[in-house]
Ligand binder design. Structure first.
Ligand code: GLU
Ligand code: ZN
Length: 297
């Protein structure tokens, strides 16, 4: 087994934009600089959010940029059996309960949970969410490789952290799928956007209950547009132009505050090989967001 296994795990809700290329390049370089594997996983477990053709567009964009992954692509849409097995394990150990609370009932918990159904012993009627209990006192704080020590903020008064692992519509929650797959793929190092920083505490709970060691986490800043908003498919960030991969890689390297590759490095593959040799994670911006027009390098 290699000592380092990293991955890139895009949701195919649209083509890659510069913000997702930024994450892909950083996770790729961190893996290659550590002589590690870099896996590709398509997180297509939420059909309503997906855009037809987006998975193929993402895969083509990565290839055009020389971001070549190891092994086969893992599609989460083909992993139901593994997710069901994990759920069965968690249920058998008494860590789950069904919940029929509406969003309105939970509004005062600001994304956390009221605890209302924890002891109601509801059964599955095909219309209830499955939540994980978080009343076991475990330490889910972690040391982020870039952002430093992270402490779980307390839930609002009268609320708790119990979170959904299978939604009321029957779809698996991101938290569950990502942990089950990172475990199954032997991922040791997760490099991703800081928009997921808060989710990481929930994932730490799943690692604990599933009896598996956590990976190391590094949460990069997210790129923001001129309006200060995160580049995302929701706010229609422009797709990366596959016709200029070398320019895109240079832009991303500048935003990652890495040294600029020499001018005679023209092919994406040679730019990446050079950048992997010179990779300095300690130079990454230690912020939660970085504007696209950041001139500081
Ligand atoms: N699928 C998630 C996204 O595209 C990333 C998940 C992860 O890296 O853990 O935002
Ligand atoms: Zn409930």
């Amino acid at each position: 087994m290699p000592r380092y296994i990293g991955r890139f795990a895009p949701t195919p809700s649209g083509p890659l934009h510069l913000g997702s290329l930024y994450t892909a390049v950083a996770s790729y370089l961190d893996a290659r600089a550590n002589n590690g594997l870099w896996l590709l996983r398509i997180e297509d477990i939420d059909p309503p959010r997906e855009q037809p053709g987006a998975s193929d567009a993402i895969i083509a964009c990565l290839s055009q940029h020389g971001l070549l992954w190891d092994g086969d692509i893992l599609y989460q849409s083909r992993r139901s059996k593994a997710y069901d097995q994990a759920i069965a394990l968690l249920q058998a150990a008494g860590h789950c309960f069904y919940c029929d609370c509406s969003r309105k009932q939970l509004a005062h918990c600001q994304g956390e949970y009221s605890g209302h159904c924890r002891h109601r012993q509801l059964t599955d009627n095909g219309k209830r969410a499955l939540r994980l209990r978080t009343d076991t006192p475990i330490n889910c704080d972690f040391d982020d490789r870039l952002q430093g020590h992270q402490q779980l903020p307390p839930a609002p008064a009268g609320c708790c952290h119990d979170f959904v692992i299978r939604r009321r519509d029957g779809l698996y929650a991101y938290q569950l799928a990502v942990v089950v797959d990172d475990i199954a793929q032997g991922v040791t190092d997760v490099v991703r956007g800081s928009d997921i920083l808060d989710s990481t505490f929930r994932q730490a709970w799943l690692y604990h209950y599933l009896g598996q060691p956590r990976p190391a986490w590094l949460h990069l800043p997210v790129l923001t547009g001129s309006n200060g908003q995160k580049l995302s498919k929701q706010n229609l960030a422009e797709a990366v132009d596959d016709n200029h991969p070398a320019d895109n890689l240079r832009t991303v390297l500048r935003l990652l505050r890495q040294p600029a590759p020499p001018a005679d490095c023209r092919q994406p593959g040679s730019i990446l090989a050079w950048a992997a040799q010179c990779w300095q994670p300690q130079r990454l911006p230690r912020r939660l967001s970085v504007p696209l027009d950041d001139r500081c390098s």
